[in-house]
Ligand binder design. Structure first.
Ligand code: FMN
Length: 294
């Protein structure tokens, strides 16, 4: 198995193929010996690529699914239990649903997904959404009011609900209150907020799919970041997305929090109760951003 590479470049083709071939050869013993976090990422990715996509494709067209379609997922859930992982964990529940649905489709049954229909979006909900979207600002001045942990967790949860390439769900966080680590985040171009939300990635997750382009990995973190700044505003906080000024800054955090080598620090967002209401930096007119309509 190739080492975990935390840089931002594309993986060389030989390395992609090495990971691909190693993945094909994974035995039950390999899975049983694997770290639980990496195993869970592999379950998410494999079931996404070998079952989820096929199930929804067949369901939509009322097509019969091959009776072996769910075999790999079934093997992974068997290993899940053998590893002693809880069957209450989200992957186990979701994959069980996919397997059950695949088996119905393989038997030629019609599958009704109407109970999963999202809440209908009313005009009021739509307006609220766009108000939050457009009134979210980068706020760089904060009051001294303490942000409760529950609100921070709600905001971080929003980050986890962002779209994520191949559903590997690599996002991890470090939450740092400035008052507990004064000056640790010095070096940014702004003083920063009372709570620093560091968005990291568990790079072991990407071992599951060697073809994930690095750009997707960074987009995974970006999608989480965007959900986080929007959710912070929706939850009554304000914040600003910030930039690690250099590697030394990241190394300082890595050392302080004893982060293992497989954790990549990507970006961070500062949040708190806002003490300023900046004029919105106005945006392009959408018609001037469309390079073509074909
Ligand atoms: C990836 C990223 C990095 C950013 N880094 C910084 C930063 O280092 N310092 C800062 O003051 N603002 C930073 N910002 C905030 C932008 O300056 C801000 O989003 C932009 O000026 C538009 O303003 P608005 O967010 O209020 O709409 C960053 C935003 C993004 C998305």
């Amino acid at each position: 198995m190739a080492n975990i590479d935390t840089s931002m470049e594309y993986l060389p083709k030989e390395e992609v193929m090495a990971i691909w071939n190693a993945n094909l050869k994974l035995t039950d013993e390999d899975f049983l010996a694997m770290d639980d976090d990496e195993f869970r990422a592999r379950v998410r990715e494999r079931c996404h690529h070998t079952l989820e996509i096929q199930v929804y494709h067949a369901q939509h067209r009322d097509q019969k699914l091959s009776s072996t379609q769910a075999d790999y997922a079934k093997r992974l859930l068997r290993l899940w239990v053998e590893k002693g992982l809880s069957t209450d964990l989200p992957e186990y529940k979701y994959v069980s649903f996919l397997i059950e649905t695949a088996d119905k489709l393989a038997a030629g049954e019609h599958v009704d997904l109407s109970s999963y229909k999202p809440t209908p979006v009313t005009k009021e909900m739509e307006d609220t959404f766009f108000t939050i979207l457009k009134e979210r600002r980068s706020v760089r001045e904060f009051t001294d009011e303490e942000v409760p942990d529950e609100i921070i967790d709600k905001v971080l949860d929003a980050g986890l609900w962002a779209a994520h390439g191949c559903n590997v769900q690599s996002i991890k966080y470090v939450v740092v209150r400035e008052k507990n680590e004064p000056g640790l985040f010095r070096g940014s171009d702004v003083p920063g907020g009372p709570v620093h939300l560091v968005i990291c990635q568990d790079m072991r997750c990407y071992r599951a799919n060697s073809f994930t382009p690095r750009r997707n990995q960074l987009l995974d973190a970006g999608a989480a970041g965007q959900n986080i700044v929007l959710a912070a505003h929706a939850a009554g906080l304000e914040g600003v997305w910030l930039t690690f000024p250099n590697e030394a800054f990241c190394d300082r955090l890595r050392e302080k929090f004893k982060l293992p080598e497989y954790i990549r620090l990507v970006t961070y967002v500062d949040v708190g109760y806002g003490a300023q209401t900046p004029h919105p930096p106005l945006r392009w007119d959408v018609k001037d951003t469309i390079l073509g309509r074909f």
